[in-house]
Ligand binder design. Structure first.
Ligand SMILES: [Zn+2]
Length: 345
């Protein structure tokens, strides 16, 4: 073995040892999606919204650039996006009138546990900033809640800026994480450090509720999706490409439907200009995810879209923003009234 080959071999094992070591004991249970009704239209779904309360918490910011966010080689990528910048890491509390509360993503790690930066030096390192009170557990406590009051945390995927708060949630009584079989298999694979997963962030004893492809239903524009509670309120959309089993979400609130792209479209520009992220595990899947979300948005221009890390959507550091709440708004068909506004834009 040459010296160069030897150093690469040592580097590989150092990376693997730093990232791997087991992620704990887990009970895998299929998520019991109610038998969804196929053959529905989004128009029909949106005409019967749910009284959801949706709160966004900007838990911190990470410093990154086109290598992760948007493919700088694509001529459609705006010059302004080809730079390193601080981008927000957002978690969402969803409160359903009969199905309970859950989080979408866990944000970055709390300030109290030390710096929220993460990575495996010298291979990659993601600078991160936050402050006491911004993490998901502090936000829950601020509402008089604890993680044990959550039915689950849906993780869009298991990268550090989305699972940073998981360990503190587990300490606070969280029991269940909801994900796809493909994402969980990537997280528990021996290759996981090479795909940006960190054992220290995802280890622990918790139940893993996995979405079952057989219980997904076909919906226009986006293909196979999960109607999570079987009542048309919460839809999960597989958007693999940036990671192997990533999810987007559509919340059918009484103030209009909200689409959360998570990291299928880190920035508004990914969707607007049809450009995949800079970091992908599968470029074809990543473009397919962009195309399906673009098709949905084109069919329903009033859909309020929240991107994975779009800085201009969360101008105020540490912001808490109520995106939807029961009681006001109500059912409005697309093309008129509150449905037509683009509050998130
Ligand atoms: Zn991210």
């Amino acid at each position: 073995m040459t010296k160069r080959a030897l150093s690469w071999t040592l580097a590989f094992w150092a990376l693997w040892l730093a990232g791997c070591g087991g992620v704990g004991e887990h009970v895998l249970t299929p998520w019991r999606v109610e038998a969804g009704q196929g053959g529905r239209t989004w128009q029909g779904v949106f005409a019967q919204p749910a009284e959801l309360r949706v709160t966004a918490w900007v838990t911190g910011e990470v410093f990154t650039g086109p290598a992760i966010l948007i493919d700088a080689k694509n001529p459609r990528t705006p010059a302004a996006d080809k730079r390193e910048q601080w981008v927000p890491s957002v978690a969402y509390l969803v409160e359903h009138p009969s199905q309970g509360r859950f989080l979408m993503d866990a944000g970055v790690a709390p300030a109290q546990t030390g710096p929220c930066a993460y990575g495996i030096r010298p291979f990659y390192w993601v600078p991160c900033r936050t402050a006491p009170g911004r993490d998901v557990v502090a936000r829950l406590h601020g509402r008089g809640l604890a993680a044990r009051d959550l039915r689950f945390v849906m993780l869009s995927h298991f990268h550090g800026d989305h699972v940073g708060g998981l360990q503190s949630l587990l300490l606070d009584g969280l029991e269940t994480v909801l994900t796809t079989p493909e994402e969980w298999s990537a997280v528990t694979s021996w290759k996981s450090p090479l795909e940006g997963y960190l054992d220290a962030q995802v280890r622990g004893s918790y139940a893993v509720a996995v979405l079952d492809r057989a219980r997904a239903v076909d919906m226009p524009y986006v293909g196979r999706v999960w109607d999570l509670f079987g009542d048309g309120s919460v839809w999960l959309i597989p958007i693999a490409g940036h990671s192997r089993g990533q999810l987007a979400a559509l919340l059918n609130t009484s103030q209009g439907p909200l689409l959360f792209t998570f990291d299928a479209s880190h920035l508004r520009s990914n969707l607007e200009h049809r450009v995949i992220p800079g970091a992908t595990v599968d470029e074809t899947q990543a473009m397919d995810a962009i195309d399906r979300l673009r098709a949905l948005r084109a069919a329903y221009p009033a859909l309020r879209v929240f991107y994975g890390h779009e800085p201009t959507q969360w101008a105020q550091a540490g912001a808490e923003v109520v995106l939807a709440q029961p009681g006001s708004g109500g059912i409005t068909p697309e093309g008129s009234g509150v449905f037509a506004r683009r509050a998130a834009e």
